[in-house]
Write a protein that binds this ligand. Structure first.
Ligand code: NDP
Ligand code: HSE
Length: 435
């Protein structure tokens, strides 16, 4: 290709915060090497940032900046708009405006796509353009491209992902230092991993947003954010983390999408994983995804799920995809968020099958363990292992049981019956186990 005659591909960025800065930096610094590798002349044309102090602090040419994001969306010279403002509005309005103006869009905004994906992807199809969203799931880890392209020959059977770095950091601290949840959260906040209001991360919503996108892609079907059962880590008790460690398990906030005969399980919750499994060894802020394809078997991706440069890397990959013309081609075929899902109903949480860890807190009296075992047995629940400890100073005795696989509703019914017995000193604590 004659590089000197390549028509420039012009990009506008909305938002010069963490990800916007990383994206602009990569675009400016890597322009020559990108041209060498792709033959494309990708140019940063405009950056919309409402905070002028941030614009000044960025060190980028001030002439790139405007505070008018809508003008960037409608600029006839711009081919592609990167939305890295975050949140629902005005990000949604800007993306729809850019698509209406015929521009390709790239975004890292999983919260917006998981909740308004249908509308946004429909608008992109109508204007014969595309939306790239690699950065929205696991930052620098190219999981979208892997599922969409590299694994295209496969029927995806399951996805197990550590999709949220903040919670993985907190759980790692709890496991390694024995720190209670509140202390580990404070440490994550002090290090800048957790936000001042950490609700989106610790309540499992961020991971559920990401799982919504992955499930749509992997199962070529339409799932909404509301289809995901999400539980966070904010109620995790350090005692359970310690008992689990004794039993050879690590606690992770796992996002699970699993094809079953009756449909698809879609869930995010704290989960015990045997230490022998690779996902159990993903620590600190790292993300990892284990995808099972019918042809490949297990494929695992691992890396940084956030941060200005890793996330910027994913955004630039999507920009290159759009500049090459391949994004639109793939996008048109993908019909993302537009496919009927008649063949793939979501299995309600009560009907999933899982193994369970349960810790009862009971009085120290003869026959209590026997009664618990009998009640579980009466509900058809088979015990895999039992651990009882010496009483606490308070006189409470922890009884920890791991079950074989059973249906959630059945297990919950057994727990309700056990909870009615006078030997309980506190409500039982429950964790699902994935082998
Ligand atoms: P930041 O808050 O750091 O950056 C957003 C920037 O956009 C801010 O500078 C903000 O200014 C600016 N902004 C807000 N409204 C407007 C507007 N109307 N016009 C122009 N600029 C505006 O967010 P991040 O970079 O961290 O995140 C951006 C997106 O990327 C989010 O969707 C996030 O979920 C996603 N993401 C982030 C990752 C990360 O590592 N940070 C990783 C993966 C995805 P002001 O501060 O004044 O409001
Ligand atoms: N808050 C997210 C995390 C990063 O902790 O993984 C952005 O996706």
């Amino acid at each position: 290709m004659d590089k000197s005659s390549t028509k420039p591909f012009r990009v506008g960025i909305l938002g010069c915060g963490t990800v916007g800065t990383g994206t602009a930096k990569i675009m400016l610094e890597s322009r020559p090497s990108l041209k060498d590798k792709t033959g494309l002349d990708i140019r940063l044309h405009r950056v919309a940032e409402k905070d002028q102090a941030k614009a000044r602090a960025s060190g980028f040419d001030r002439k790139l900046f405007t505070d008018d994001a809508l003008a960037v969306c409608n600029d006839p010279e711009i081919d592609l708009v990167v939305e890295v403002i975050g949140g629902i509005e005005p990000a949604r309005t800007f993306i729809l405006a850019a698509l209406k103006a015929g521009k390709a869009v790239v975004t890292a905004n999983k919260a917006l796509l998981a909740t308004h994906g249908k509308e946004i992807f429909k608008a992109a199809l109508a204007s014969k353009t595309s939306v790239g969203f690699e950065a929205s799931v696991c930052g620098g880890v190219p999981v979208i491209a892997a599922i969409r392209d590299g694994l295209v020959a496969n029927r995806i059977e399951s996805i197990h992902g550590i999709l949220n770095g903040t919670t993985n950091y907190i759980l790692t601290r709890m496991i390694q230092n024995g720190a209670p949840y509140a202390d580990a959260l404070r440490e994550a906040q002090a290090k800048g991993y957790a936000e001042a209001n950490p609700a989106n991360d610790v309540k499992g919503l961020d991971a559920a947003h990401k799982l919504t996108l992955l499930a749509n892609l992997a199962f070529h079907s339409t799932f909404a954010f509301a289809d995901i059962h999400a539980e966070g880590i904010d109620a995790v008790n350090i005692e359970d983390v310690r008992f689990a460690a004794e039993l050879g398990y690590s606690l992770k906030l796992l996002a699970i999408a699993k094809r079953q005969a009756a449909g698809v399980e879609l869930r995010v919750h704290p989960t015990l994983i045997p230490n022998s499994q690779p996902l159990a060894n993903v620590r600190d802020v790292f993300n990892a995804i284990l995808v099972r394809g019918d042809a490949t078997g297990d494929v695992m991706l691992y890396g940084r799920g956030a941060g200005m440069m890793p996330t910027g890397s994913a955004i630039v990959a999507d920009i290159v995809d759009a500049a090459r013309g391949s994004a639109r081609q793939a996008f048109t075929k993908l019909q993302f968020f537009q496919n009927p899902r008649a063949d793939l109903p979501v299995i309600p949480i009560g009907r999933i099958t899982s193994r369970y860890y349960v810790r009862f807190c009971v009085v120290d009296k003869p026959g209590v363990m026997g009664k618990i075992a009998t009640m579980l047995g009466q509900h058809g629940i088979s015990i895999a292992s039992v651990m009882q400890k010496e009483p606490h100073e308070s006189g409470d005795v922890p009884v920890v049981i791991l079950t074989h696989a059973t249906v959630e509703n059945r297990f919950q019914a057994a727990l309700r019956e056990i909870a009615r017995q006078e030997f309980n000193k506190r409500p039982a604590s429950l964790l699902r186990v994935e082998d």
